[in-house]
Design a protein around this ligand. Structure first.
Ligand code: DC
Length: 231
């Protein structure tokens, strides 16, 4: 099989990262969760007082501090999946809270944040053999990716999955608030001026509303074999 680049884009909370992580493990590819990178920038902004209680971002302040943000991934031996590190500290749990989810879309609309993240993503994926999931991977980051998948599911299904995930971690949450957040993030992600969420012309669409995780996994593996096995 030849080494390829796999781009997985789609709406928030539709299970992109679960299927991408599973495939990476199975075929020995590097998995990069680009949403985690925008979340880490958001966490940095929150920790450094660059977002007010009203949700207003101090853009100039953040722009000046961008060079102080170092994002890396390290394989967690226990889970077999990569954890996100912000300036050397594992923030895998902190970046998944509702607090970060609430502020991440506006942060991801900022041009200077996107430029820095896209540069880093291209560097991380330079050698191929990567699976990257996000919103603009097949359209902007790696427009030449050999395999592009666009994943979607209904807002209700996605909110339920997020609710179950947070509840399982012991975080107290409200289903209606999560559903509203999912819809609001879709709106901001799809309508922003720079690199809006959209399906690449050559992406394969997967609506996984009624699919189990093993079914998605099998589907993606089949797509990979079809593309990477091609001469
Ligand atoms: O996939 P996620 O929910 O963890 O992503 C968090 C936010 O980051 C989401 O609101 C959209 C944004 N994002 C983006 O703009 N571009 C990417 N490549 C990945 C995520």
């Amino acid at each position: 099989m030849k080494l390829i680049t796999i781009a997985i884009d789609g709406h928030s909370s539709c299970g992109k990262s679960t299927m991408a992580k599973d495939l990476a493990k199975e075929i020995g590819y590097i998995y990069i969760d680009t949403g985690a990178m925008y979340r880490a920038v958001t966490l940095f902004a929150l920790q450094n007082g660059l977002i007010t209680d009203e949700g207003i971002i101090n853009e100039e302040g953040l722009r000046q501090r961008m060079s102080d943000i170092m994002i890396t991934f390290q394989l967690n031996e226990e889970t077999g999946r990569p954890d996100t590190y912000l300036n050397g500290v594992c923030v895998e749990r902190e970046i998944r809270t509702m607090e970060v989810s609430k502020h991440v879309s506006p942060i991801a609309t900022l041009g200077f944040v996107r430029e820095a993240m896209v540069d880093l993503q291209r560097l991380m994926g330079e050698a191929k053999g990567v699976i990257m999931d996000g919103r603009d991977i097949g359209t902007v980051v790696f427009p030449d990716a050999e395999l592009k998948v666009f994943v979607t599911a209904s807002a209700d299904v996605r909110a339920k999955r997020r609710y179950d995930e947070l509840t399982a971690k012991g975080e107290k949450c409200d289903y209606d608030e999560i559903r509203a957040n999912v819809i609001e993030r879709d709106r901001i992600d799809s309508t922003r001026a720079i690199s809006p969420l959209r399906q690449a012309d050559d992406a394969i669409v997967l609506d996984n509303s009624n699919m189990t995780i093993p079914e998605q996994k099998a589907w993606l593996l089949e797509q990979y074999r079809r593309v990477a096995g091609r001469e």
